[in-house]
Design a protein around this ligand. Structure first.
Ligand SMILES: Nc1nc2c(ncn2[C@@H]2O[C@H](COP(=O)(O)OP(=O)(O)OP(=O)(O)O)[C@@H](O)[C@H]2O)c(=O)[nH]1
Ligand SMILES: [Mg+2]
Length: 219
């Protein structure tokens, strides 16, 4: 019974995801679904991304949280349009929630749409939102065990942003071990080490976005 219900939920989600995907492709809007534990630094990374890339691209953000407009307000303060979804207890965004916010945007006028998922390493990765890319953020204070302990998240993402590397001197996190664990779980995935606080390594993330955008518009 439980399995049937989950299948139905996912089937409905996948239909909405296909609707979103077609819209994103028709309007040549690159869409990135950003996922992580609470506090890994998703909003900070997006603030810095808006700061760096808004001269070149038209950027918008969908923010997912259980409650408050705080993250959307942070993005608006950087000058980008942001729409907040409150899940009121739900642990992830689904494709229908995203579809419902799309009336708030003119996608023809947006080059990059970031979706910041609810902070959680478990549920968000199981839901296709119709995005082009799923990106996971992992942060140094979370410790080395997160990749092996939450494998579904890292199996389903093609890029991992290891954030807060400015804290490496104070904690026992091993970047080498993280790379090794990631390769075992998902040999295709790549990892960029960076700090949204000090900007170290951020250029790799910005170049990756530029490459992904080119690919999106050429399709
Ligand atoms: N030292 C350090 N702190 C960081 C860095 N990036 C983010 N932070 C801090 O980490 C805390 C959480 O950052 P957020 O960007 O709000 O994290 P989030 O992933 O959006 O959190 P949720 O939306 O609640 O899931 C804030 O106090 C940030 O200032 C970093 O690179 N280095
Ligand atoms: Mg956030």
């Amino acid at each position: 019974m439980k399995i049937t219900l989950r299948t139905d939920v996912l089937t409905n989600n996948n239909k909405a995801a296909e609707f979103n995907r077609e819209l994103f492709q028709n309007t040549k809007t690159l869409v990135i679904n950003l996922m992580s534990s609470p506090g890994a630094g998703k909003t900070t990374l997006l603030e810095e991304t808006v700061r760096e890339l808004s001269g070149k691209y038209r950027i918008a953000v969908i923010e997912g949280d259980l409650a408050t407009e705080r993250d959307a307000d942070r993005i608006r303060a950087m000058g980008a349009k942001a729409v907040q979804i409150n899940t009121h207890g739900g642990c992830h965004l689904d494709a229908r929630m995203v579809a419902a916010t799309l009336t708030e945007f003119d996608l023809d006028e947006i080059d990059l749409l970031f979706i910041e998922n609810v902070g959680n390493l478990v549920c968000p990765s199981g839901y296709d939102l119709g995005q082009h890319h799923k990106v996971a953020v992992l942060s140094v204070p979370e410790g080395n065990d997160k990749i092996p302990k939450y494998p579904q998240m890292f199996m389903r993402t093609e890029l991992v942003l290891l954030n807060k590397i400015d804290l490496l001197p104070y904690l026992d996190f091993s970047v080498e071990e993280a790379r090794k664990d990631l390769t075992e779980i998902n040999p295709e995935s790549i990892l960029f080490s960076l700090s949204a606080r000090t900007q170290e390594g951020m250029h790799e993330w910005f170049s990756w976005i530029e490459g992904a955008y080119l690919q999106c518009v050429q399709q």
